[in-house]
Design a protein around this ligand. Structure first.
Ligand code: 5AD
Ligand code: SF4
Length: 437
């Protein structure tokens, strides 16, 4: 039996798919190269904005044609859109045989059996089930041999007024320290060098089980063989001095942080219920730079949030100029069902959103061109994680991609590289020496 999984959305969804693959391998399934060859087709969905919703329906349309030719094929939908829509999704797309969400990935074996027996297996639960932690018993199947994601927390307890995630992934549930460390130990034994801790709001990890996130960082770093640590996504209001200090203290933590600011306008931040001001955000950036010399940042920005004026938008551009992010992910505000912002007055016309977005992108392009130039001639530590078009490719500790000449047997090694050419989205360099682990 063969499976095909199409994954949309964030790294959490990506990691969920890796676990789903683990479960399927455990059941004896093998991966198919195309959906046409598969006996089980799964779409792991995202619903953060309207666009990903539409993509899911268009993929389901394609898979419907496959099912018309081979009716025994099982078509499943999981993830955030599944959780948000429930049975409504089946009404819209009757081709769906099976549905579950990030709450009950570990119920997949029973659900597949049910679908194979000819029943519709729809398991969308209001709340995460009691046995949710059983999910961690299944190992993930990864494409990247050296860098691995580890989900440490599920759900989110923040109430950002634009965001659908608390509805699709539920309340914040921190995974236990021991369960996380066990997975990290297993990954390292499997050859992984870089551990990337994941949570919708990872800096709040531990708040519901009385441990501080910085403790998790120290404990992961103690595991022999962990060469690099990253974590995503941080929330500025939980990003405190203890975390900054841990980042500075622990040699394996990479000098990079994704810290979504969303807007630079205090008025908009308040409407978003982000719980910080522009000044507080900039102070946190300053504090992190003090504790972690050379740290780089990336961020998320929403343009055209309800009532956003030109002045508000200028404040956002000002944050870009002040912080000089290495990467900015910007999104046009997209109203999501059942979120407070969707019902606010003063929705912004699409042309205005498009115009602000393009101005933001062109400012960021200038900043990035300058940052890119500043890398030329520098020496960077690069973990060689893949082989592409006859070259070794890896990331600097500051999270920039570099390609170098070398042989495939260098994969998994960390090397010092002199950067010879640097462009906004890629760099080239030459290997100087290997870094002893
Ligand atoms: N509209 C546009 N962007 C959104 N994001 C979250 N919700 C919305 C929405 N309704 C963006 C935020 C978040 C990123 C993952 O997606 O910037 O950080
Ligand atoms: Fe998309 Fe958010 Fe779900 Fe991730 S958590 S898949 S970004 S809706």
């Amino acid at each position: 039996m063969k499976y095909y999984i199409k994954t949309f959305g964030c790294q959490m969804n990506f990691n969920d798919s890796e676990r789903i693959k683990g479960i399927l391998h455990h059941m004896g399934y093998k991966p198919a190269d195309t959906p046409e060859e598969a006996d089980l087709i799964l779409i792991n969905t995202c619903t953060i904005r309207e666009k990903p919703d539409q993509k899911v329906y268009s993929h389901l349309g394609e898979y419907k044609k496959i099912k018309e030719k081979r009716p025994e094929v099982i078509i499943g939908v999981c993830g955030c859109l599944a959780q948000r829509m429930g049975w409504q999704l089946v009404e819209k797309a009757p081709v769906v045989d099976l549905m579950f969400s990030s709450f009950n990935i570990h119920h997949l074996p029973e659900l597949i059996q049910q679908a194979q027996a000819g029943y519709r297996a729809i398991a969308i639960l209001e709340e995460p089930p009691e046995d949710e932690d059983r999910m961690w018993e299944f190992k993930t199947v990864r494409d990247n041999a050296y860098c691995a994601y580890v989900t440490v927390m599920k759900g989110c307890d923040k109430h950002c007024t634009y965001c659908v995630v608390p509805k699709t992934r539920g309340r914040q549930r921190s995974r236990s320290l021991e369960s996380i460390l066990e997975e990290v130990r297993w990954l390292v034994a499997d050859g992984v060098k870089e551990i990337h801790l994941l949570g919708q709001n990872v800096t709040a990890w531990g708040q519901d089980i009385n441990i501080h996130f910085s403790e998790l960082l120290y404990r992961v770093a103690e595991i022999p063989g962990v060469e690099r640590i990253r974590f995503t996504t941080g929330h500025p209001s939980d990003m405190d001095e203890r975390i900054a200090k841990a980042m500075g203290d622990i040699p394996q933590i990479c000098e990079h942080l994704h810290l979504p600011v969303q807007s630079g306008s205090n008025r908009i931040l308040k409407l978003m219920e982000r719980n910080y001001t522009k000044e507080e955000y900039l102070e946190k950036i300053h504090m992190l730079r003090e504790y972690v010399p050379g740290i780089t940042f990336s961020t998320d920005i929403i343009v055209g949030f309800p009532t956003e004026t030109e002045e508000d938008f200028e404040e956002t551009l000002d944050v870009l100029r002040k912080v000089r992010f290495e990467q900015v992910f910007s999104f046009k505000y997209s109203p999501r069902p059942d979120t407070p912002a969707a019902y606010m007055e003063g929705q912004i016309p699409d042309e205005v959103k498009t115009d602000r977005m393009s101005r933001l992108l062109s400012l960021q392009k200038e900043i990035l061109a300058e940052i890119a130039r500043s890398y030329e001639g520098t020496v960077q530590e690069v973990l060689l994680e893949s082989w592409q078009d006859g070259k070794l490719v890896g990331r600097t500790r500051t999270n920039r991609w570099v390609s170098v000449e070398g042989s495939e047997d260098m994969l998994g090694k960390t090397v010092r590289v002199r950067i010879t050419r640097s462009q906004p989205f890629s760099m080239e360099g030459i290997i100087l020496e290997e870094v002893e682990a």
